[in-house]
Every structure is written in C-alpha cells, then in structure tokens.
Design a protein. Structure first.
Length: 367
C-alpha cells in the first residue's frame, strides 16, 4: 500500500485495491464539501486531480452524486481514438471509473475522518480486501457508497421469487441483479430430475440452489473466490440443502472436482474483456477469453457421454475486429462440442451501459 501525505491533514494509506482504479496519486486537493460547488469538483477530477472531501456528509454525498449523474462529461473525445462501438464503451467505462474513483474520503477503521453527520458504517473494514491495521486510509467515495449499499443488502438479504426465498450476500461476491437470467435455466427443469449437477463459478450459490429445487440428485458448486465459497455455503446451509449441495473449497474452474463426472455442467461465464482488478471482477472479466476457452477445453473430461453444458454468455464483450460470440463458436467447435439449442434475452448492461443479448446455450459433445 502507498502512503499519501496531504499537507496540513496527515498521512494516509492508499490500499492497492483502490489504487488499481485511481492510478498513482502524487497530490491530493482538499475541499470543504459545503463550501464547494459540485461543478468545481467535476472539473478537478476531469483534469485528473485527486480530491479529498471533508465537512458535512450530505454535501459530500451530493457532490459525488452530481459527478455520477454527469459522468459523461468526464470523457474527452481525444480519450476515445478510433474505437469500435463496444471497445469504445468499455474504454469510456474505464475512464469514467478511474476519474470518479479519484473523489476520496479519509477513514480509519469503520469511520470517516473529517466528515460530520456520516452514516453508520459499522463493519466497513470487513468489506475491504486489505487490512489497514488501524491506520488512516483513503477510500474512493464511489467505493464507500457501494459498500453502504452492499451492507444494507447483506443485512436484509435479497429475495428471489424463483427460489421463494432470500439469499445472503457477502463482500466481493457477484450477485445476479438481473433476476431474469436464472429464469432461463428453468426451461431445462425436466432434465435436472435425479441428475448430478456441477455449478462452476457459483457465486452466491443461486443456480446451485435452483438446481436442487429442480430435484437434482446431487449438486456440486465451485468458485475461484473464497468469499463466494463462504457465501454459497451459508445460503445452502440456511436453506437446509447441504444434503444435496456440496460447495467445494475455492479453486479455478474444474480444479476442485478433479476426476468427478456430471450429467449437467452449468457456467454463467465472465464476458467482459479486461483484467480482473478485484475478487469481485473474476465473475465479470475474462482477458483474451482465457477463462471461457479453458472451460470449453476441459469440460468434456467432466461430462457423462450423454451429458450436456448449460452456458450463459453475452455478446457485449468485443475485441477490436473480433466478436466474442464468434470466438465462443470457434472454441466450441475446436473442442469437439456442438450447440444443441440456445435462447436469449435482451437487456441493458449495468457494467458497460449498452444493450446486450444474454444467451443460454445447451452444448453437447460431437457424436
């Protein structure tokens, strides 16, 4: 972690998990929120400056929300040179994310420093990847706001009518906010009866739980993210499904199941081009299609001869001149597999802010 010195304020840690978004910070400007116009702050972060907000929380919150509403003003035309549509959208998202992450609070343990009338954030430290050891640290306002929202959802649980129950949410675990996606699996309900199911990248465990509720004989769930493993286990145990669902220790793709064989293998794949920058990002980002290509090259080793794959994938992630769906089709064919059926829904991507088609592919072995 870097140590950032702010004149007349003090020294603060900048955790690596935040530096990945903010980039290097050499100097931080300090602004009293209630004495500053939101447009002034927008201009400063647009110029690449890092800004520490102090003063009344409601004014600091208002400044952040103003910047968020006007985030399209954070993009300069020269920052998007000659990009195709999808790559341009991804680059715009990255630029906006970096600039908004340069709007900062100072904190120590669970409390903000130099901020009056702040909300209760007891347990904030649990949502940080790195241990700050009780030292003052800098946290992006964007991340602080997200943590407050996630903490509220975690305390309340998230209801899914498809399960007729709520699921618990853990820090750094992807949550399927679009509840229509799990519904796509329902069309295959008759195939689950009495079968052995593998859910790769289980996250909160929602698809594994759905498989159990569709009368699967057994369900095995894996995830590379240790937080996801703990989250899924809690949900499985709370819903009384531990006799059906086995959540394995954390491991990538098929590492936790080695020589095991299944009737159906499910994967809600990461489909955004880019390097993961946090545990959460492993559910979203797949640099150069490494994850999906590796999955398709190994899945036959874990399928019964008449078994099949249920793969959820999006067409939004593009490399310049190369369509992600074209890559998927090529990888399926290259690995001796074929698409037996597909369905899709159209939605607005929360990550890239563009329309995407989300597909559910049924994939068999080539006979």
């Amino acid at each position: 972690m870097d140590i950032i010195k702010i004149d007349n304020i003090g020294s603060f840690l900048l955790p690596d998990e935040f530096k990945k978004f903010t980039g290097n910070i050499d100097e931080i400007e300090v602004y009293q929120a209630e004495l500053t116009t939101p447009s002034q702050i927008l201009t400063r972060i647009n110029d690449g400056k890092a800004v520490l907000l102090i003063g009344e929380y409601q004014y600091a919150d208002g400044i952040y929300r103003f910047c968020q509403r006007n985030e399209n003003k954070l993009i300069m035309p020269e920052e998007i040179p000659g990009q195709d549509y999808y790559q341009g959208q991804a680059l715009k998202t990255e630029i906006k994310r970096k600039k908004l992450h340069r709007l900062l609070f100072a904190a120590c343990n669970d409390e903000l420093l130099f901020i009056k009338n702040q909300p209760n954030a007891e347990g904030l430290q649990k949502w940080l990847i790195e241990d700050t050891g009780g030292q003052p640290y800098l946290i992006p306002v964007r991340r602080y706001q997200r943590i407050l929202t996630d903490m509220k959802r975690a305390s309340e649980g998230m209801y899914f009518d498809i399960l007729n129950d709520s699921i618990t949410i853990y820090p750094f675990v992807y949550v399927p906010w679009d509840k229509s996606v799990p519904y796509m699996i329902l069309e295959y309900e008759p195939f689950f009866h009495g079968k052995r199911i593998l859910d790769v990248g289980t996250g909160t465990g929602i698809l594994a739980i759905l498989a159990a509720k569709m009368n699967a004989k057994s369900v095995t769930a894996t995830d590379i993210n240790p937080n996801a493993v703990s989250c899924a286990r809690e949900n499985v145990n709370r819903l009384g499904l531990s006799h059906i669902i086995n959540v394995k220790d954390a491991g990538s793709l098929f590492e936790p199941v080695k020589n095991e064989i299944f009737d159906i293998v499910m994967l809600n794949a990461p489909w955004i081009q880019g390097e993961p920058k946090s545990l959460y990002d492993y559910a979203l980002y797949d640099h150069n299609y490494k994850v999906i290509n590796k999955f398709l090259s190994e899945v036959s080793n874990h399928l019964e001869q008449d078994g099949f794959v249920l793969l959820q994938y999006s067409d939004i992630s593009q490399k310049k001149g190369e369509n992600s769906i074209d890559n998927l089709y090529s990888s399926i064919e290259r690995n001796g597999l074929k698409i037996a059926a597909k369905s899709s829904i159209t939605r607005r991507s929360r990550i890239l802010g563009a329309t995407e088609n989300v597909y559910l592919f049924k994939i068999n072995r080539e006979q």
